[in-house]
Design a protein around this ligand. Structure first.
Ligand SMILES: Cc1cc2nc3c(=O)[nH]c(=O)nc-3n(C[C@H](O)[C@H](O)[C@H](O)COP(=O)(O)O)c2cc1C
Length: 299
């Protein structure tokens, strides 16, 4: 049975990736990593970030609201202190990068060339400080510009991660493709709130946070379907994938690979279990090659 998939020039042994922000070197020992398609690091920024004030997490009946605020040690320390250990984990490493201004993206990309990574995911769900705080990923022109700049600055494989907060996700997907992206991933979290009625205060320190988990799956699935029909480059689906059946829905909708996020926080074995479930399904359906299943939704 063939499980390997190609995301442009990047070939993966199977379509299961660990999403950004749910994996760390500290928790690596909890994950069975011998058969993961790729690991995406938590987002790294040029300068270190302390992250947002607590509370940073709130669990809802079908999802998780988080407001971590891209806590990280900054690019320099990441490359020196963390990247060498990531590269020893035995799975391709995709580094997620983000910036406070457009120029941060190509600057960081250039620094990461020749360091042994499989590629870059561009986290476009953060505010552009230089442009009044608008999320990079909400503005199609900005998406195209950033992707183009990163491609020009580096030879790396790159995958912009689209935000569902964009007014038209197909438009931002097309902009990413026009900019020269090798693949697109979608979606990041949906802006959300939860309120403590007794104290009349937000459950989240920054008032709002990003919703992930089963609650967002049907919307993420619809977005993946729409984007996969509109672009020619491979699409990586993400959002509420908790089971093999969820992953298969995304693949049938048009995703070449999937990212597992919140499910890893509940059970770090879930990427492995999802892969095993996919294998069982392919056997039952007598499908020899996972690629035969991609984008097979019937009209
Ligand atoms: C605790 C937490 C931290 C996250 N941190 C990041 C991050 O650093 N960069 C990023 O691009 N996405 C981050 N995400 C978003 C996930 O990668 C993913 O896009 C989103 O959670 C939807 O997928 P899921 O429903 O499978 O979790 C984070 C999600 C969670 C729950």
């Amino acid at each position: 049975m063939n499980l390997s998939v190609s995301l442009g020039n990047l070939k993966l042994r199977n379509p299961i990736m660990i999403a950004s922000g749910v994996f760390s070197l500290e928790s690596a020992h909890l994950f069975p990593l011998d058969n993961i398609g790729a690991i995406i690091t938590k987002t790294i920024t040029l300068n270190p970030r302390e992250g947002n004030p607590p509370p940073r997490l709130w669990e809802t009946p079908a999802g998780l609201i988080n407001s971590i605020g891209l806590q990280n040690v900054g690019l320099e320390r990441f490359m020196k202190e963390e990247l060498p250990s990531y590269l020893e984990l035995g799975a391709p490493i995709i580094v997620s990068i983000s910036g406070e201004r457009e120029e941060d993206f190509p600057f960081m990309a250039e620094k990461l060339v020749g360091k042994g990574i499989a590629g870059l995911e561009l986290n476009l769900s953060c505010p552009n400080v230089a442009k009044g705080g608008i999320q990079f990923g909400k503005d199609a022109k900005m998406v195209k510009r950033i992707v183009k700049m990163v491609k020009e600055a580096s030879s790396l494989w790159i995958m912009p991660k689209l935000t569902p907060q964009a007014p038209d996700i197909v438009e931002t997907a097309l902009a990413g493709e026009e900019g020269g992206a090798d693949a697109l991933s979608l979606v990041n979290t949906f802006l959300a709130m939860a309120i403590d009625i007794r104290s009349r205060s937000s459950r989240i320190g920054t008032l709002m946070g990003g919703l992930s988990g089963p609650a967002i799956k049907p919307i993420a699935l619809r977005m993946v379907y729409e984007v996969a029909r509109a672009v020619k480059i491979p699409v990586v689906g993400c959002g509420g994938i908790m089971s093999a059946e969820d992953a298969l829905e995304f693949i049938i909708a048009g995703a070449t690979a999937v990212e597992i996020g919140t499910a890893c926080l509940i059970n770090p074995q879930s990427p492995k279990e999802i892969l095993e479930g996919i294998k069982r399904f392919l056997e039952e359906e007598k499908i020899e090659d996972i690629n035969e299943l991609i984008k097979t939704l019937r009209d």
